[in-house]
Design a protein around this ligand. Sequence first.
Ligand code: ADP
Length: 297
Amino acid sequence: MTDSLKSSIEDILHQATGEKVSVELGISLSGGCINNATSVKTSLGETLFLKYNENAEPFMFRAEANGLEELSKAETLRIPRVYGYSDKDSEDAPFILMEYIASGPKGKGFYEAFGRGFAEMHRVTKSQYGFSEDNYIGSTPQINGWMDNWTDFFREKRLGYQISLAQKSGLWDSQADRWWEVLSSRLEEFIGTPHEPPSLLHGDLWSGNYMTGPEGEPCIIDPAVYYGSREADLAMTEVFGSFDSRFYDAYRESYPIEPDYKDRSEIYKLYHLMNHLNLFGRSYEGSVKALLKRFGS
Ligand code: ADP
């Protein structure tokens, strides 16, 4: 840790606690896809969690902090408290400093509590689709703003934006374009207009983005928050193999899902597969094209 990073962290903690705090770097943690992660010990005896990245995208940690704050307002699932962050404008490597979640074993009823909490989170709503600022899905920008129509939002700000990135990097051919033209014109028919207001979404909930807290409770991290159809959030949990069935049973019991969710979920998965195409390249081309063909021919 550079002296400047150390003193930025100490300032943040001084402001948060009103006490003079000094910090030391703890152990390095692995598991994240993008950033360096480490624990930090404070002179107050606390352990904190620090993520930093010299090459962070602009305002990446601000977006993460604001996303976590939005989720914590729901007061359903556990969200780590954010102490502060710094973006590219300072001389430090950009970083985010938050509460350290000391993982325990999964408690009895972990998946039930997780499913229920996730459903309750989706009961937090707004009147429009989107979010007050753009954020990131992985390290890809996720474009937000506010829109009244879900299909238009998903076409433009989700699938359309990923396509524009794929085109720029030569990952999009004329066949994909033809399928997209059909899919795009039929999108309203496929995903329609939800019969409920836009829900607060985590946006990127896969198995790497939840943890077990010290009491065995579910805790969610690293979001790509926006307000949208909750089916999009559920679909993400199924992209790389589904969660435990108790999670879905508890979810449905708390907040039932429409029977034709399964058809729409494939369109929502397409967004994440396109994002993986853009992040990791051609190994995702086959799965993206299979879905494009299915809905666009
Ligand atoms: P990245 O932004 O690089 O994907 P993550 O936010 O996924 O990083 O965090 C990397 C790893 O660090 C996670 O897989 C998890 O094991 C651990 N982690 C994340 N947040 C915390 C936290 N608040 N407390 C303790 N460990 C955490």
